[in-house]
Design a protein around this ligand. Structure first.
Ligand code: GLA
Ligand code: ZN
Length: 646
């Protein structure tokens, strides 16, 4: 098991190296992660490669039994490369060149960038391939993060045309499937097709979805090329990973495809970043871990675990004492097996002066140092528990085409995909049930419950798999707008909503309404409870399904808001509007109990994860809590062995 820190020795005078490494050892670390932004140091001039600095770092690390994760440095190219080949620079949607000065400003489709990035990757991997201390390679850094997944340059425009030609073969096929007859947009050739850059009103939805798919192909072809080069030259003892950033549902690339060629997934866990005044809610953090575990259906590493407040130009919430440690326990509970904290010491110069580390500018080993030290010593005895595979009875299904379809036309001003996924995820999380978060094209017959949030693109194949799942005894919970569109991002014709799953859900929908952020619609249950719906509402007519909740505002009191269709041996719920936890937590508990799924009740703001005969207990609140019989201090966390009955 590796525990350690992200270390940037190149930021500091060389005479600090040995003392830093001694301090990292004192922390209890056995790994450092280095190199990811140091291209210029390794190639100060074109073709002149010099790895002597990192040779020295690794030599000193080896003396202290510190292993090394080495990052290929293609996220930050040297100024001399941009000066010589400005065409490597990406362009934003209004055609502005992204100037040298930040990071990741390269175009994934630039032939020059691919050539130079391939060369530095080959040279650095070759140089350290036989280095025993270098035990893993990280490719680039957070692909597509900070807006770098998008580019609208000439390379991308011609690449898009080639992408479309490959997909549709003829422009007539494209015209027909895109519906370009609308607004007289019929193309005579692929070369006439624009990128979705600013226009008057809005672009064709099929064009927008296909351009996002092209973005995904662009990011992933580059990632796979760099990975292939690394695999070709790396030592047998050196597996390959890349570090996934937060905001993965907001990115224009399919993360499952991105990491398909990697040996394992790494994740950067920042429950709070920038100007946020509060961390994201515990369920939201937990879901990010379940998503990363789901990418390759295996446990994962964290190579950037937050310890101090973080931000570039604005910072916010300061993690309270032991809160960052508690977030680490939560990560381990959800499948993290090895953890590196970001970062050994905050840097006093450059763009991340306010991205604080384990140690800060005073170079004192203070509270945060002790917090990390205690985590490292407490967690390592549970290595055997952490390496156990996690199996869940519940799975959330997502599909990037569907997410990008919503991005292309949000329909409701208050719609947010991540929030709608959490609307279904959080009620089950609240009962501490284990949940997988997986792509919808993954096999899912082994589950007992499927949560299918706002899946507007449902093709016949998926509809058939879902029907088979329910009839075999599974429970499915759809939320609104299910089955609206086809894979070309167009509305199904002559299919009453919810389209391919109407029969499965036992309902029909004839009218719908978008709700703005300030709007709610009143609903009441058939046993007299009252609540409200947000974001959207489908007006549902039961066609065999049981009505559990219905609208109670004028005109729509005969329309259902939540239905249950018993089909085969299974149950299919349809959530027609954005109902909240007061409705969904009791429903989740019914479903959990109906399937005999392990769960436990804990106080609001606390979490219990059962793994391999142990309970991981986390207190996400600022007050003392009793969780599964254990007293947890504010932001406390611990692992205990399960008592027999648990
Ligand atoms: C990201 C990047 C790091 C650093 C941190 C700062 O995760 O991977 O290089 O920028 O954010 O919080
Ligand atoms: Zn480009």
């Amino acid at each position: 098991m590796y525990v350690g820190v992200d270390y940037y020795p190149e930021h500091w005078p060389e005479n600090m190296l040995e003392k830093d490494l001694d301090g990292i050892k004192e922390l209890g670390a056995n790994m450092i992660r280095i190199g990811e932004f140091a291209w210029h140091l390794m190639e100060p001039e074109e073709g002149k490669f010099d790895f002597s600095f990192f040779d020295k770092v690794i030599e000193e690390a080896e003396k202290r039994d510190l292993s090394v994760m080495f990052g290929t440095p293609t996220a930050t190219f040297p100024a001399w490369l941009a000066a010589k080949h400005p065409s490597i620079l990406s362009k934003d949607e209004v055609g502005h060149v992204r100037a040298f000065g930040g990071r990741r400003q390269y175009c994934f489709n630039s032939p020059e960038y691919n050539r130079y990035a391939s060369k530095i990757t080959e040279e650095v991997v070759k140089h350290f391939a036989d280095e025993p201390a270098v035990v893993v390679w990280q490719i680039d850094n957070e692909f597509g993060h900070e807006g770098s997944d998008w580019c609208f340059c000439e390379h991308c425009h011609t690449g898009f045309h080639a992408f479309l030609k490959e997909k549709y073969k003829t422009v007539d096929e494209l015209n027909q499937r895109w519906g370009t007859i609308f607004w007289g947009q019929t193309y005579n050739s692929f070369s006439e097709i624009p990128m979705p850059v600013p226009t008057v009103t809005t672009h064709n939805p099929s064009l927008k979805l296909d351009y996002t798919r092209f973005r995904s192909a662009s990011v992933n072809q580059f990632a796979h090329k760099m990975t292939d080069i690394t695999r070709q030259h790396a030592g047998k003892h050196q597996p390959i990973t890349t570090n996934v950033s937060g905001g993965f549902f907001d990115k224009a690339f399919d993360h499952t495809e991105n990491v398909r060629v990697m040996d394992f997934v790494s994740y950067d866990n920042y429950p709070v970043w920038g100007g946020l005044t509060e961390p994201i809610p515990p369920a939201g953090i937990a879901m990010t871990h379940d998503f990363n575990r789901g990418l390759k259906d295996q446990n994962y590493w964290i190579v950037e675990e937050l310890m101090g407040a973080q931000g570039h130009n604005v910072i916010g919430y300061l993690p309270r004492p032991n809160q960052a440690k508690m977030w680490s326990y939560q990560a381990f509970a959800h499948g993290c097996t090895n953890m590196l904290y970001f970062r050994w010491r905050g840097m006093t110069k450059g763009a991340e002066q306010f991205c604080f580390g384990v140690v800060d500018q005073d170079n004192r080993y203070g509270r945060k140092f002790k917090e990390v030290q205690s985590l490292f010593s407490e967690i390592q005895p549970y290595e055997h528990v952490l390496n156990e595979k996690i199996t869940s009875d519940i799975a959330v299904l997502y599909d990037y085409d569907n997410i990008w379809s919503w991005k292309s036309q949000v329909q409701s001003a208050s719609f947010d995909f991540n929030a709608e996924l959490l609307r279904l995820y959080a009620p089950f999380y609240r009962h501490n049930a284990s949940i997988d978060v997986i792509p919808s094209d993954r096999d899912f017959e082994q589950y007992k419950v499927l949560l299918v949030p706002v899946m507007q693109i449902i093709d016949e194949e998926l509809a058939a798999k879902l029907k088979q799942f329910a009839e075999a005894g599974g429970t499915i919970i759809f939320s609104f707008r299910a089955g609206l569109k086809d894979r070309d991002n167009n509305i199904h014709f002559e299919k009453t909503l919810p389209g391919p799953v109407a029969e499965l859900a036992g309902i029909e929908i004839y009218e719908t309404e978008a709700l703005a952020a300030h709007q709610t619609v009143p609903v009441k249950s058939t046993d007299g409870q009252e609540s409200s719906g947000r974001v959207w509402r489908d007006l549902v007519t039961a066609k065999g399904a049981e009505v559990l909740w219905q609208y109670s505002d004028e005109f729509y009191q005969d329309q259902a808001a939540l239905t249950l269709n018993r089909t085969g041996k299974g149950n299919v719920y349809y959530l027609a509007t954005g109902l909240d936890a007061t409705v969904l937590e009791p429903l989740a508990l019914d479903v959990i109990k109906n399937h005999g799924i392990w769960h436990t009740e804990t106080p609001e703001g606390t979490e219990a994860v059962k793994r391999n005969g142990h309970l991981f207990l986390m207190n996400h609140t600022g007050s003392s809590q009793t969780v599964c019989g254990e007293t947890l201090a504010p932001f406390g966390s611990k692992v205990v062995k399960c008592k027999e009955e648990e």
